[in-house]
Write a protein that binds this ligand. Structure first.
Ligand code: G6P
Length: 356
């Protein structure tokens, strides 16, 4: 695949735009023409089926993808799943179940913190699978099993398509282990179409970014359930390249501290795609608005109300993270551009962190 920016000013924008194609490529790789899963060796599913608990270990954006993947493994495959930050797990290993199975999630396959954990768990004799974008990397070679994430080369430091690809591949793996209860392949085709539809709305997100974020020194992303997981990734995107201090967190926690930070015009982005908690989240949006916040709601079609900043196309609720993250990527991009910063190369950061 092409590592040229082409007509794009920055790799990040190119990689955001590639996500619809990546979603199709992943489906094309993991499903045959009759809609049957392929490309996941029985040895992998057999090994996971022997486990009593999954441990997803990752860093940064990959960790955030793991927080979404946990839902698929628990809800579809019915396997209890924990998600851990590699640098923490490496030195404070939690008490493990009797038959743990490890899943390493990594764009580069080279992250030193994750490698340290893989070394440790191998010494303890536990089985491990790596899901990586760069195959033939240290983490794919050293794990018992490896599956490709298939995002294609990702050059921008801020990870975008690797995140969506990791979420997609986890969904497919969980479907291979259990039953989503709907036609995942058909729904993923819809996801690809809708990712494209959102990335076609660049002007909308450029305007939101410029209106809400220019001149601001802090911002918040809130959500509940899967939207709380996406809020972490959304906040990371914005802060890492625009240098606007951004917190992402579970909206119910607002009242336990963070709401005291809300000032006049503080931007609060709310991700609202989960029906069970939509009412509560609406309440939280109202509470911050009453304290002066500039609330910007991204709601899914079924839950949208007048005044929301953008309506996300509706797909299966568990797959909504794949759509909800896209506006956040574009907002991070345009906010950074508006500040005149180098989108692809934020200060102090590296694409792959090979030291602990
Ligand atoms: C670096 C990158 C992040 C990435 C993290 C984990 O910090 O800048 O974008 O999420 O490493 O990397 P990995 O390659 O293991 O996914």
């Amino acid at each position: 695949e092409d590592t040229d920016k082409g007509a794009y000013p920055y790799y990040m924008l190119k990689e955001i735009d590639e996500q619809a194609v990546v979603a199709r490529n992943i489906a094309g790789h993991y499903y045959d023409e009759d809609g049957n899963l392929q490309g996941i060796p029985c040895a992998v599913t057999d090994a996971i089926e022997e486990a009593d608990r999954l441990y997803i270990v990752a860093a940064g954006t990959s960790y955030h993808a793991g927080l979404v993947g946990k839902r698929y493994f628990e809800q579809w495959a019915k396997i209890p799943t924990e998600v851990h930050i590699a640098s923490e797990f490496a030195y404070d290993q939690p008490m493990l179940s009797e038959k743990p199975f490890f899943i390493f999630l990594s764009q580069s396959g080279e992250t030193a913190d994750s490698r340290e954990v893989l070394d440790n768990v191998k010494k303890q004799g536990f089985p491990a699978l790596t899901l990586a974008n760069v195959m033939n990397s240290t983490l794919t070679r050293e794990a018992d099993f490896a599956l490709p994430v298939l995002a294609g080369p990702e050059i921008a430091v801020a990870s975008t398509k690797a995140y969506t690809a990791q979420v997609l591949v986890q969904a497919i793996l969980a479907a291979a282990l259990g039953n989503p209860g709907f036609d995942l392949k058909a729904e993923l085709a819809k996801v690809a179409v809708e990712i494209q539809a959102i990335t076609d709305e660049k002007e909308t997100f450029k305007k939101i970014a410029e209106d809400a974020l220019v001149g601001q020194h802090s911002a918040f992303y809130i959500g509940r359930g899967l939207d709380a997981a996406v809020a972490l990734e959304a906040a990371l995107k914005l802060k890492e390249i625009s240098y606007i201090q951004t917190e992402g967190f579970a909206a119910g926690e607002l009242k336990h501290g963070t709401i005291s930070l809300i000032e006049d015009k503080t931007p609060v982005f709310a991700l609202l795609t989960q029906s069970k908690t939509a009412g509560l989240l609406r309440g939280e949006v109202a509470q911050v608005a009453a304290r002066g916040a500039n609330t910007i709601v991204f709601a899914s079609e079924n839950l949208a109300k007048e005044g929301d900043a953008f309506v996300l196309p509706q797909v299966n609720e568990l797959l909504m993270p794949l759509l909800a993250v896209i506006p956040a990527q574009l907002i991070a991009y345009y906010a950074t551009l508006a500040r005149g910063l180098d989108v692809d190369r934020p200060r102090n950061l590296a694409k792959s962190v090979t030291v602990q």
